[in-house]
Design a binder for this molecule. Structure first.
Ligand code: PGA
Length: 251
């Protein structure tokens, strides 16, 4: 029962000044305009580049998202950005609970859940990230950790239209290492089973992305797995050619 439209999402992280960001977004949008993309496309620039990215992708099938949001609508939260602010700029998505935020900012499952609920409240699609550390994998705890994160981070009111889950093993991010496609598939299947417990049969229609060292040369076999519905791409999303090479996994 796979009616899921794949999503290839670029997570630019803390990279790019004004000119770079506009040029990268434009390069991706130009390829998408020329090439009838075989999947949904998303770029998630740093907050400072979102406005420019939105201008650059206008009239193309490329969507723009944020990399994080605060749980509150507004208020005394210096340095934070509300989901409503992202929506107001024209964002369609926001990533929440990326492992770099869980690690650098101490974000717990409860914090991630509150952020995901803020995304839904604002009318954004939440991309909720989960993934085990290398120590957890070595201890044979991968599926238990990921299941706990899914259960703890899932927003109330999640549906296939407002939720995407990204499985990103921490040890695979930015390292050039990836799980085997079969290992990644096994975790995705576990995530879908967990989602089924939480939201019922609708879980079959929720898109599950794989992230962690995805590049053009490994995208096709990862994306071919039954429960992998796209990719969350970091480093390779910073070059339009590489990002487009990953999109070709679905061509
Ligand atoms: P990477 O990052 O593709 O550079 O490994 C993925 C991510 O952290 O989203």
């Amino acid at each position: 029962m796979n009616k899921r439209r794949p999503l290839i999402a670029g997570n630019w992280k803390m990279n790019g000044l004004a000119a770079d960001g506009a040029a990268l977004a434009k390069a991706v949008a130009d390829k998408a305009r020329a090439g009838a993309p075989p999947c949904e496309l998303l770029v998630c620039p740093p907050f400072t580049l979102i406005d420019r990215a939105i201008a650059a992708v206008k009239g193309s099938p490329v969507a723009v998202g944020g990399q994080d949001c605060h749980a509150a609508v507004s208020g005394a939260h210096t340095g934070d950005v509300a989901a409503e602010m992202l929506k107001d700029l024209g964002c369609a998505y926001v990533i929440v609970g990326h492992s770099e935020r869980r690690a650098d900012h101490g974000e717990t499952d409860a914090v991630v859940k509150a952020k995901a609920e803020a995304a839904l409240r604002a009318g954004l699609v939440a991309i909720v990230c989960v993934g085990e550390t290398e120590a957890e994998r070595d201890a044979g705890r991968t599926e238990a950790v990921v299941a706990r994160q899914v259960k703890g981070s899932l927003p109330a009111g999640a549906t296939p239209a407002n939720l995407v889950v990204a499985y990103e093993p921490v040890w695979a991010i930015g390292t050039g290492r990836t799980p085997t496609p079969a290992d990644a598939q096994a975790v995705h299947a576990r995530i879908r089973a967990e989602l089924k417990d939480l939201i019922g049969e609708a879980a079959d229609a929720v898109r599950l992305l794989y992230g962690g060292s995805v590049k053009p040369s490994n995208a096709k076999e990862l994306m071919a797995q039954a429960d992998i519905d796209g990719a969350l791409v970091g480093g390779a999303a910073l070059k339009a050619e590489d990002f487009w090479g990953i999109v070709q996994a679905y061509a």
